[in-house]
Ligand binder design. Structure first.
Ligand code: ADP
Ligand code: ZN
Length: 621
């Protein structure tokens, strides 16, 4: 990276945020609370920012760093993210650099030199590096515009991403009391928020809390039958040729699913800690840089990946909590375009997660919290109401519309029926067989199947044998799962998943507790959602934009891929999808027209303007 002259930062009251936003980032205006936050931090204030993924957190510290004297120090645990953000900033003409373990001694010394010379606007530092005495003393000698603590929830010991080195960041308030601190996170719950504020000395600072809604993400949760086949259909019918992430719990399953998808002609790559580091890095790079790769991964994947055009996130196993589900699904659609969060879920998922909690070495308090979190997620999976309403309600946003119109339950409302009698049959069956058997055997008894096991235990002699012939096995599975989710049955982790009645089951057996069950064949549901999606897409196309100029669109993408390859950066660092869409729609003929498109700042205009205009002129409609 060659040093460019630092931006003019002589104190200048006319240097207003909006003009910097426009000239550097090529954006016409702020989003949500960005303007307020930028003003507050630029004026030297501390704050805590809670905004969903894709909400636009980066600008909240990048812009004040450009507006204030000195260099903005960004603490981030995510090396890949730092690298891509810095590449994007350098593209836009900002003097940005990273300081982390991937640099050689010589490279690191050069960055340090630039910092001391006042030649940097933004410096991204890994927390463990920042906390070294050497780095702290370096910062003591430099002029610092602000500290931005990204992924600030990593200080929370209750959270899912706790990083011990984040605790040490409390030193910033002590050593640099006059430098503003801005902590940012996409994790919303109140406990985490309070912990961040305490540890980073931000209790008196304003908290800017944005809505956590991700309106462009469609939530869908399906009944798990043959999960991999369901996934293949989902990708083929809804997201063919598009980039996505598939999450599985185990390494073996990751390998398996990736191979199956590949056999089906879907470009899928595995990613988990058991793979050779070089292979892993290669798969991640391909996912980021190429179009339409599906990565199959354990949940660790995605932290720190800034790919804006992930079109779907699929879960083949249940996450641990709503927080985890929200964070993982949140990796879809950072660019704001329509995306899907899809999950296949079944009884075995609940049993497995319960077992993992029961067998963990955590304290009783920890287990109780974990079970509560799992229950909340299961309730989200079982709800017959709007998923978004429920999800956001969990994060304390209770003032939202009852129906979002962009989740499976809104698009194709499930039928609900009185399940009291079915529930009683099933619970009696578990009771009469001694609460020693799992789902499969209970269903065999209910539908009156004379298996070896049934004969062995004389269960064909029981009054419950064959009393459930009105449903098939698949339907009974759904009933069973819902009874577990409602807490009437519990899978015993000591006894190979034997299903036992809980205290709550008594009310059902006595007929005092109502039981409402959802029912809907998945096929019909899928069709309904797909048809509605297609109508939506046609409507968008008719409104102009994407279908505006397919040839130009393709030419721009090809040009971008080539530039990205030559420069060794991800395609979206060169131009975002939305900027390409904008150019294809507007077909600018002059540099002035081009400059008006969101995402084209001064530097991009200077570097690529002529070539883009030439492409527009020479490409037919
Ligand atoms: P976060 O860090 O909150 O996940 P980012 O800062 O990466 O989100 O921003 C997400 C996307 O939104 C990026 O593509 C960014 O360019 C875009 N964006 C952010 N702020 C604005 C804005 N004011 N106008 C238009 N696009 C914006
Ligand atoms: Zn909804």
């Amino acid at each position: 990276m060659t040093a460019q002259p630092a931006l003019d930062r002589t104190p200048n009251p006319t240097r207003d945020p909006l003009s910097v936003l426009n000239s550097i980032f090529g954006l016409p205006g702020f989003r949500g609370a960005q303007a307020q936050i930028v003003r507050h931090v630029a004026d030297g204030g501390n704050c805590l920012v809670l905004m969903p993924t894709g909400g636009g957190k980066s600008l909240c510290y990048q812009l004040p760093s450009l507006l204030r004297d000195g260099c903005g120090i960004v603490v981030s645990p995510l090396i890949a993210l730092m690298r891509d953000q810095v590449a994007g900033l350098v593209e836009a003409g900002v003097n940005a650099a990273v300081l982390n373990s991937t640099l050689s001694y010589g490279e690191a010394s050069e960055v340090e030199r630039r910092l001391l010379a006042g030649n940097l606007d933004l410096l991204y530092v890994a927390p463990e590096r920042l906390l070294t005495p050497r780095c702290l003393s370096l910062l003591g000698q430099a002029r610092i515009a602000l500290f931005a603590i990204d992924e600030a929830h990593c200080v929370s010991q209750w959270g899912h991403d706790f990083r011990p080195e984040y605790i040490g960041l409390s030193v910033l308030a002590e050593r640099f009391p006059d430098v503003p601190r801005i902590a940012l996170t996409a994790t919303a719950d109140a406990l985490t928020r309070q912990e961040i504020a305490e540890r980073l000395s931000l209790t008196d600072a304003p908290h800017f809390v944005a809505s956590f809604d991700r309106p462009n993400i469609r939530y869908e949760i399906v009944d798990k039958q043959n999960a991999v086949t369901q996934l293949k259909n989902f990708i083929a019918k809804r997201h063919s040729g598009e980039a996505g992430v598939v999450y599985c719990l185990s390494r073996a399953k990751v390998d398996d699913v990736a191979a199956t998808l590949k056999d089906a002609g879907i470009p899928a790559l595995p990613y988990h800690a058991g793979l050779d580091a070089a292979v892993r890095a290669r798969h991640q790079d391909r996912f980021i840089n190429e179009d339409g790769i599906v990565i199959v991964a354990t949940i660790a994947f995605g932290m720190g990946i800034d790919k804006p055009d992930v079109r779907f996130v699929a879960h083949l196993d249940l996450p641990k909590s709503i927080e985890a589900y929200y964070q993982e699904t949140g990796r879809a659609g950072r660019d704001g375009k329509p995306s899907t969060a899809w999950m296949a879920y079944g009884l075995s998922d609940i049993v497995q997660q319960r077992r993992m909690i029961d067998e963990s070495t955590g304290s009783d308090a920890f287990k109780r919290v974990s079970i509560g979190k799992l229950d909340a997620l299961v309730a989200l999976a079982e709800t017959v109401h709007c998923r978004r309403h429920r999800l956001l309600g969990y994060f304390g946003e209770t003032d939202r519309a009852e129906r979002c119109g962009n989740c499976d339950n809104c698009l194709s409302p499930p039928r609900v029926r009185d399940g009291k009698v079915l529930a009683q049959k099933l619970l009696s069956c578990a009771y009469r067989t001694g609460q020693r058997f799992g789902a499969m055997h209970l269903i065999d008894v209910l539908v009156g199947r004379l298996t070896e096991r049934v004969k062995q235990f004389n269960h064909d002699q029981l009054s419950v044998f064959g009393i459930g012939r009105e449903l098939n096995e698949k339907q009974w599975r759904a009933v069973l799962r819902q009874l577990v989710a409602m807490g009437h049955l519990r899978a015993d982790s000591d006894a190979y998943g034997a299903l036992k009645l809980t205290d709550a089951a008594r009310g059902v057996l006595r007929g005092e507790t109502p039981v409402m069950l959802r029912e809907q064949p998945e096929g019909a549901r899928n069709r309904a959602i797909r048809d509605k999606s297609r109508r939506g897409e046609l409507a968008t196309a008719a409104n102009g934009k994407e279908a505006a100029s397919p040839a130009l669109h393709a030419a721009l993408r090809a040009w971008r891929a080539e530039v990205a390859r030559q420069r060794g950066v991800p395609a979206y660092v060169v131009l975002h999808d939305s900027t390409i869409d904008g150019i294809a729609a507007v077909r600018p003929e002059t540099l002035t027209e081009l400059r008006c498109i969101a995402g084209i700042g001064d530097k991009k205009l200077e570097h690529y303007g002529d070539e883009l205009i030439r492409l527009v002129r020479t490409t037919e409609n």
